[in-house]
Ligand binder design. Structure first.
Ligand SMILES: [Zn+2]
Length: 219
């Protein structure tokens, strides 16, 4: 299948390992069913997931560019509902939006922008002394953002999805996916999930890395 694909900077599409259907119900009662896939051959050897939501097969069969959100794992936000970031509401929004149109949620095991869970919590401690989310990562000896999206491209390419509509406010996700052989036909902004506890975090994302987040009322 690789012959028909775009150049992928040497990336080999991942191979599907397991497919299971999992009914999902969120805390607010919204429910849907996900086709969850695991893979062989992911370049970082981590256990990333692809969730096919809604009529994703139809989107591929019609040759449509499916809607895709790469979501980076956030234990505190996704599982415990932490208000220090907007990951939980972003995930919840993405699942419903993707399920409505048919597409993929990529659940990427990149806690703390790739630095890991403990280091993320260390960074929170530094943020409590005044650093922003990016400065804190650097103070710990990490990059501001260590995520790379090669595994996201590998999972998409395994389904022949080399054209997508990207549900993200992050320009780096679009740039990296293009670099790894995924054409981003459209970038769709996510909603703004502002709370008292995450306002500084969202401002840093907007001002430091050009995320498209409309925070006009608190800027
Ligand atoms: Zn988070």
């Amino acid at each position: 299948m690789t012959a028909a694909l775009r150049p992928t900077a040497g990336l080999v599409p991942a191979t599907v390992r397991t497919h299971v259907r999992i009914p999902l119900t969120f805390a607010d009662g919204y429910s849907t069913v996900a086709d969850v896939f695991t893979f062989f051959d992911l370049v970082d050897n981590r256990e990333h997931l692809l969730l096919g939501l809604g009529d994703w097969r139809g989107a591929l069969d019609r040759g449509d560019a499916p809607i895709v959100r790469p979501h980076s794992e956030c234990l505190t936000g996704d599982v415990f509902g932490s208000q220090r970031c907007d990951c939980g509401p972003q995930l919840r929004e993405a699942v419903e939006r993707i399920a409505a149109e048919g597409g993929f949620l990529l659940y990427l095991r990149q806690e703390g922008r790739g630095i890991g869970l403990y280091a993320k919590l260390d960074a929170y401690a530094l943020q409590d002394s005044g650093l922003d989310t990016y400065e804190a990562n650097v103070a710990l000896g990490h990059g501001e953002d260590e995520r790379d999206y090669r595994v996201a491209a590998q999972m998409l390419l395994s389904f022949g999805a080399d054209r997508i509509r990207l549900l993200s406010n992050n320009p780096d996700k679009a740039a990296q996916l293009e670099e790894f052989g995924i054409a981003v036909d459209e970038q769709i902004a996510t909603g703004v999930h502002l709370s008292g506890a995450n306002a500084r975090y969202l401002l840093a994302k907007r001002d430091h890395t050009s995320h498209t987040i409309d925070l006009g009322m608190i800027a």
